[in-house]
Design a binder for this molecule. Structure first.
Ligand SMILES: Nc1nc2c(ncn2[C@@H]2O[C@H](COP(=O)(O)OP(=O)(O)OP(=O)(O)O)[C@@H](O)[C@H]2O)c(=O)[nH]1
Ligand SMILES: [Mg+2]
Length: 459
């Protein structure tokens, strides 16, 4: 990916009203822009200057703070100019238009989404994992997710990955050196304790993987769909989990038509709970609205990470429930939630049976809700380790997994009697390429394009 260092500008603060709002510009040389905006007034780098922001004809747009960060000591590594004015959408648009006009002669244009951060990456201010953490910190939906994102942004995740890369590189150097002296090949693995070193790398990688996998949960969360026959208490359970009256509850079967969803968090993991229209028996007559509602229910079930199949504990299992279960997609975990135990007399409990885990609760009386929460955490794979987590992305997990696979193949080669050092070396190289792709050392342009285009403009 080539660095385009022509000047760019954008509003850097969120749309809407706020106490202050910031227009940011970045480019190799912003002196022409600053001269056009402020005339002979020289902005001392990294100092706040209180100035009038004016139109070309001298009329006032706003008064605010201008800060010039002289490259390379800036977010992007280029010259950066920040104009902090009042945070109204109109005044900021006027200010941005003025900046674009003032910079026209020096080629200033509107920044693309993520372009500031992309420049920071290309100028080695951040590596790829850190750049992704910028977006993740902005998007974090829970406190735990924000904490992990800032951990990654500070470089802790990258540092761990670098340490793994260094270990692999060390091993590769040993092997490559031996390949140059084939007569020593036989006892190379003994002498250098290469097997021991490889084992240590694999262990370290496994640990990073589990920290990253846990962190990914904080980022992605889970889609939890409540499904079952009408009137079993799906909407009541949504309300109990959310701790608020989110969905309408009535004794009328077929109350919920549109999906109702609410994001809750359990130990920092965002769970998107989706309440759906009750699924009727095939023979039941229903109106057009309810039919559409039920179609949507199946649509949501198709996208679920976990299905909570609600049943009436007082009524017990019915044939209709069997039909529903049979239509659930394979491979998605299902929890059988027996609701209304206040009527049936069951105790709140969890029963792990071969077909599924069964949870007994009462949404109405708030009995056993905690058991369900704990079960959801268990399904999510959440383990409270007390260790810091990295807010990893799917891409990181795939790369870590693949690196682990190559290291394990290398270990198999090392275990054989007729050790093939060529193959051993090649697997180490492949593992290193995977690890380095996390921090962006060997990342193809199209991947970089995808990552940065998902940022918001101004970031
Ligand atoms: N006794 C008792 N009644 C409950 C419980 N949960 C729900 N109900 C009642 O069951 C009826 C249906 O509850 P809803 O939450 O609307 O059921 P639903 O599954 O969303 O129904 P639809 O939207 O029609 O598919 C209401 O009258 C609730 O008060 C419970 O745990 N115990
Ligand atoms: Mg409902």
């Amino acid at each position: 990916m080539k660095l385009d260092s022509s000047p760019i500008a954008a509003i850097a603060t969120a749309p809407g009203r706020g106490g202050i709002g910031v227009v940011r510009a970045s480019g190799k040389n912003l002196v022409p822009l600053m001269t056009a905006l402020f005339g002979t007034q020289v902005l001392k780098p990294r100092h706040a200057s209180y100035l009038p922001f004016t139109q070309a004809d001298g009329s006032l747009i706003d008064q605010g703070i201008a800060i010039h960060f002289k490259g390379p000591n800036s977010y992007t590594g280029e010259d950066v100019l920040e104009l902090q004015g009042h945070g109204g959408p109109v005044v900021l648009q006027l200010l941005l238009a003025r900046v674009l006009e003032a910079g026209k002669d020096s080629g200033l244009r509107l920044a693309e989404p993520g372009e500031f951060t992309r420049r920071a990456f290309l100028n080695d201010k951040l590596d790829l994992a850190q750049a992704e953490a910028v977006a993740d910190l902005i998007d974090a939906s829970t406190e735990a997710a924000a904490k992990s994102a800032s951990q990654s942004l500070s470089g802790a995740f990258s540092k761990t990955i670098h340490a793994l890369v260094e270990q692999v590189t060390g091993l590769r150097m040993l092997v490559e050196a031996t390949l140059d002296f084939p007569e020593e090949e036989i006892d190379f693995l003994e002498k250098s304790n290469a097997r021991g070193q490889l084992k240590a790398v694999i262990e370290a990688l496994n640990k990073v993987f589990s920290q990253a996998a846990q962190g990914a949960l904080l980022r992605e969360g889970l889609n939890v769909v409540l499904a079952g026959q009408p009137n079993v208490g799906k909407s009541s359970l949504l309300n109990a989990l959310a701790g608020a009256d989110v969905a309408i509850v009535t004794p009328i079967a077929g109350t919920t038509r549109d999906k109702v969803s609410e994001t809750i968090q359990i130990e920092g993991i965002p769970l998107n709970i989706i309440d759906t229209a009750g699924i009727r028996n095939a023979g039941d007559t229903i109106d057009a609205v309810e039919r559409i509602g039920i179609e949507r229910t199946w649509g949501e079930i198709g996208k679920a990470d976990v299905i909570l199949h609600l049943l009436d504990a007082d009524q017990g299992p019915t044939l209709a429930d069997e039909t529903i279960v049979a239509a659930f997609p394979a491979g998605v975990p299902v929890v059988r939630v027996w609701n209304k135990i206040d009527l049936s007399g069951h105790k709140p409990s969890v029963d792990v049976l071969p077909d599924a885990t069964h949870v007994y609760l009462s949404a109405h009386d708030h009995l056993g809700i905690d058991l369900l929460r704990a079960e959801l955490l268990r399904i999510a794979g959440w383990q409270q380790t007390g260790e810091s987590l990295y807010l990893a992305r799917e891409r990181h997990l795939i790369a870590l997994k693949s690196a682990g696979k190559h290291l394990n193949i290398a270990a198999e080669h090392a275990a054989q009697d007729d050790q093939s050092l060529d193959l051993f070396a090649e697997e180490l190289r492949l593992a290193q390429v995977q690890l380095s792709s996390i921090t962006g050392e060997f990342s193809p342009d199209d991947l970089l394009g995808v990552i940065f285009s998902r940022f918001c403009i101004g970031k």
